[in-house]
Design a protein around this ligand. Structure first.
Ligand SMILES: Cc1cc2nc3c(=O)[nH]c(=O)nc-3n(C[C@H](O)[C@H](O)[C@H](O)COP(=O)(O)OP(=O)(O)OC[C@H]3O[C@@H](n4cnc5c(N)ncnc54)[C@H](O)[C@@H]3O)c2cc1C
Length: 373
């Protein structure tokens, strides 16, 4: 019979990836007692937060995500200062592709008084000669690279430093609700609490099934590929972070390509919206050869500074919502934190702050992040 731990923690956070860790960090900073439960350790390759880097950018077609990025930037700097660790490098970000998308991003940046520069494709290739650019190019200096695994490790350290507790290698088997209370069950213990944050990435739908009324999230397999730069382009300063938002000359092809230099690994390149179905119970890490070839072809066509034959692919989980939105919302004692859709990492500390607010009784003001429409 599992041992009952009664109201020992104000909050229990399930899932020690980037989002659960950021939430536990924020709760601990606010003086709340918090326990973070993770089925593995901070370092594992099974979820969405591992690996070297992710893209940070403020440019977005939707105002709400630019505002979130602005809050996140401030909180990234706070986390770096507290932990004395460098996590975010603003090296600049380039968006290129069809004019309608580029103009939308430019408008949102302008509305928020953020810098951006329109460039011709030739001027952009002169500045970043390893890349070929599509018809419309927008450079934003407030973009760059954020270190993924280093962020999770740093958050775990900060949680403990602030008095929070972490239970690694412990799977939450079930969450039950009785009135205002929730019971979080592991193999050996049951925790009764008034606030559970479920930040379990691809496993969120399984853990909250029957407990909250939530719109559908679908875990999918993404496949990024690293490439080695050719010798004359082997210089970190020659590679901004970039998103190619659909190839202008092929309007029927809506593939969105992104990439960035990951120190020690090469330049990561991937199609954002080419994903494979994923079976969480029987996960395959095998590389999809056809996707790898398509990425090599993209590199040949658009990134001549990279060696297409140096392709090294890995797999990772995108937990997707139909509109590429997040779920950050509370119902009873359960707060759901599912900000993936392949675009959550840049906002990690801000997501932690919003989720902590919700867990402490706040309400969700952003309609598109509610549990259900
Ligand atoms: C290939 C790829 C590229 C990406 N690129 C970018 C990018 O450039 N920019 C950007 O902003 N974002 C990007 N993202 C998105 C970003 O990485 C995710 O939004 C983020 O990592 C999601 O973190 P998470 O904590 O929600 O999920 P996860 O990292 O998956 O964490 C969930 C955790 O919950 C644990 N867990 C699950 N079930 C249980 C249980 N029952 N008991 C205990 N623990 C449990 C899991 O083990 C896991 O550690 C990318 C994602 C991928 C996959």
């Amino acid at each position: 019979m599992p041992r009952l731990s009664d109201f020992a923690f104000d909050h229990i956070v399930v899932g020690g990836g980037a989002m659960g860790s950021a939430t536990a960090w924020q709760l601990a900073k606010r003086g709340r007692s918090v326990l973070l439960i993770e089925q593995f350790t901070s370092k594992h390759l099974v979820g969405s937060s591992h690996g070297g880097t992710r893209i940070f950018r403020l440019g977005h077609q939707q105002e709400v995500y630019t505002s979130l990025g602005i809050s996140a930037l401030q909180l990234w700097r706070e986390l770096e200062a507290e932990s004395d660790t460098s996590l975010l490098e603003l090296i600049g970000h380039v968006d290129h592709g069809p004019v309608e998308v580029i103009a939308d991003i430019e408008e949102v940046l302008n509305t928020n008084n953020l810098d951006s520069t329109r460039m011709s494709p030739d001027a952009a290739s002169e500045r970043w000669p390893g890349m070929v650019f599509d018809t419309h190019v927008l450079f934003s200096p407030d973009g760059g690279r954020v270190y993924a695994q280093r962020t999770v490790d740093t958050l775990w350290k900060q949680i403990v430093k602030l008095g929070g507790e972490i239970l690694p290698n412990t799977e939450v088997l079930e969450i039950k609700i009785e009135g205002d209370n929730a019971f979080v069950e592991t193999a050996t213990q049951t925790f009764r609490t008034q606030s559970v944050v479920v930040a379990a990435g691809a496993w969120v739908p399984l853990l909250v099934a029957g407990l909250v009324n939530m719109r559908q999230l679908t875990p999918m397999r993404a496949q990024p590929t690293h490439f080695t730069p050719n010798p004359e382009f082997d210089d970190i300063d020659l590679w901004p972070t970039f998103i190619h938002r659909g190839i202008s000359s092929e309007p029927q092809n809506d593939t969105m390509w992104y990439g960035l230099w990951t120190p020690g690994e090469g330049v990561k390149v991937a199609p954002h919206n080419v994903l494979d179905p994923l079976d969480l119970e029987d996960r395959s890490f095998e590389v999809n050869a056809q996707h790898e070839q398509e990425t090599q072809q993209y590199v040949t066509d658009w990134l001549p500074g990279l060696d297409p034959n140096s392709a090294h692919s890995t797999t990772c989980i995108y937990t997707t919502d139909a509109n590429e939105d997040f779920i950050l919302d509370r119902q009873g004692p359960i707060t759901v934190c599912s900000p993936c859709s392949g675009q959550g990492f840049k906002y990690v500390p801000a997501i932690g702050a919003i989720t902590a607010d919700l867990a402490m009784g706040g309400t969700q003001a952003v309609t598109q992040w509610r549990l259900s429409e």
